[in-house]
Design a binder for this molecule. Structure first.
Ligand SMILES: [Zn+2]
Length: 244
């Protein structure tokens, strides 16, 4: 598997697109698709075979209407599985109708809802997906994607929980939001995330969704994490491709 990082930013960063990762395998799986992600996806030229959405905040799923509209332009015929929580699926359908009224009837390919719930396993061709809740303002399910004995995880938003820690155990690559050096009620603390990754045996940790002022003003403190922690800590900008 490879992970193509389309964006690594928080919601309102002027330079870093919203956090989104394309898992590249025989099946290409797009993990989250916020409003600033579609141009990054189109520039990559990559195909999307399936979609996973962690939760229904705009910086994680408002890019979907544009991505689907461009697929209709091609035109796509293959079904597109959308793996997500039931309420996210419902909200997605509302957003699609608001963005392009009547688009469902005109779509050139079927969207196939595949429910994601904590503790269940979803097979997607050669990929296997599992999920766990984080602590966020609305329901967010972190995801673990496995293929051929390798695992890539993405937290979505929120502080980690005992369930999400178990999900990340031994992962080859973990993308985890690391919003701030301050404790927040619904986001993760940078240093707590690094300590958790060490504890759970994560091999490489990519810090994403860093609050824009922290990203710009605390660069030295963030860079120090790359050398002081004993595991590989990455600070992606977006555009990088990582093989696992
Ligand atoms: Zn969120």
């Amino acid at each position: 598997m490879k992970a193509l990082i389309l964006g690594a930013g928080e919601a309102f960063d002027e330079s870093f697109p919203n956090t989104s990762v394309l898992i590249e395998s025989e099946t290409n799986l797009l993990l989250d698709c916020g409003f600033s992600v579609p141009p990054m996806l189109w520039r990559s030229g990559a195909r999307v075979d399936a979609l996973y959405l962690t939760h229904a905040h705009a910086d994680h799923f408002f890019g979907v209407p544009a991505v689907l509209a461009r697929m209709c332009d091609e035109p796509r015929r293959d079904p597109l599985p959308v793996v997500t929580q039931h309420d996210v699926w419902q909200r997605l359908r509302q957003v699609l109708e608001l963005a392009y009224p009547g688009s469902e009837a005109k779509r050139t390919f079927p969207l196939v809802f595949v429910p994601a719930t904590a503790g269940t396993t979803v097979p997607l061709n050669e990929l296997t997906l599992r999920f766990a809740p984080t602590r966020h303002g609305i329901g967010n399910l972190a995801v673990r994607v496995e293929c051929g004995g390798r695992a890539i995880c993405l937290s979505g938003d929120g502080a980690f929980t005992e369930q999400s820690k178990a999900l990340y155990k031994g992962a080859d690559l973990l993308f985890h939001e690391a919003y701030s050096f301050e404790q927040r009620s619904s986001h993760a603390h940078v240093e707590d995330v690094v300590a958790m990754a060490v504890e759970t045996g994560v091999k490489r940790l990519a810090l994403t969704h860093i609050e824009r002022h922290v990203r710009m003003k605390e660069r030295a403190r963030l860079e120090a994490l790359r050398y002081d922690t004993g595991i590989a800590v990455l600070l992606p900008r977006g555009g990088e491709r990582i093989a696992v």
